[in-house]
Design a protein around this ligand. Structure first.
Ligand SMILES: C[S@@+](CC[C@H](N)C(=O)[O-])C[C@H]1O[C@@H](n2cnc3c(N)ncnc32)[C@H](O)[C@@H]1O
Length: 233
């Protein structure tokens, strides 16, 4: 038999749980997550393998459940996987859980400290998942460092990111606030929004031909701006 305190606690908890459920329902209306982070990464890694041959280097900034997806794909295709995180304890846990064969190289430290060393070792990056600090500037700086290594066919996934005008998002999309407009304005990147995946994600695919600038950002005249800049025109 319950004591009165247990009964009161039960009733109070029950009522507040119902209130929480109702308010959550209102808040997340049309904002249901249809796919978690790992499922979206899995989908795009499979697409990368199907479209541009076997990827060699997979990179994740911000370790966690998603590291397992990178490890699985790297193992299957013989790629290297790199995962960066500031949290050494988290890295140790993920390492023990998913990396018995050492297919993932972990880098403990901030992305901006760790990336230059990784980039000295690799020729190119085939897949990058940007999911570290909840900061537009950090995410942009990470992208700016790796962009020269992202060749035709490469895929970049940004979590907490959305396309301009998307309202039914699952987070404030802070990580994408600088990098997404850049990607949209660039003629080399095809950009796709996944507001109901992960914590709202944006995926960008690097093309070899420069015809992908969003006309809201760049008109047709500007479509080859990067080439003109590099040609000195
Ligand atoms: C959202 S979690 C990553 C979750 C993981 N990608 C997943 O979906 O399973 C963000 C991680 O980024 C790490 N982090 C925060 N700032 C960082 C930085 N500047 N450089 C590298 N990692 C950072 C945190 O320690 C944290 O583990």
């Amino acid at each position: 038999m319950r004591t009165w305190k247990q009964t009161a606690g039960f009733l109070v908890n029950g009522v507040s749980a119902s209130v929480r459920r109702i308010s959550n329902r209102t808040r997340v209306e049309n904002r249901t997550r249809v796919e978690d982070h790992s499922a979206l990464l899995d989908r795009y890694l499979a697409r990368l393998e199907a479209s541009s041959g076997l990827p060699k280097v997979l990179l994740e900034i911000g370790a966690g459940l998603t590291t397992k997806v990178l490890a699985t794909h790297a193992r299957r295709v013989g790629a290297q996987a790199h995962s960066i995180d500031t949290n050494a304890e988290l890295i140790a846990g993920v390492d023990a859980e998913v990396n018995s064969d050492g297919v993932v190289t972990f880098h403990s430290g901030t992305s901006l400290e760790m990336l230059p060393g990784i980039l000295r070792e690799v020729e190119k990056i085939d897949f990058a998942f940007l999911d570290s600090a909840p900061s537009a500037m950090t995410t942009w700086q990470e992208f700016a460092l790796i962009e020269p290594f992202l060749k035709s066919g490469a895929i970049v996934v940004v979590d907490n990111a959305c396309l301009p005008g998307e309202v039914a998002t699952l987070s404030p999309c802070r990580k994408g606030k600088i990098v997404v407009p850049f990607l949209l304005a660039s003629s080399w990147w095809e950009v796709e929004g996944h507001p109901q995946s992960g914590d709202s994600m944006v995926v960008a695919i690097r093309h070899g031909d420069p015809h992908y600038a969003d006309t809201d950002f760049e008109g047709a005249w500007n479509d080859d701006w990067k080439k003109r800049v590099s040609d000195g025109r």
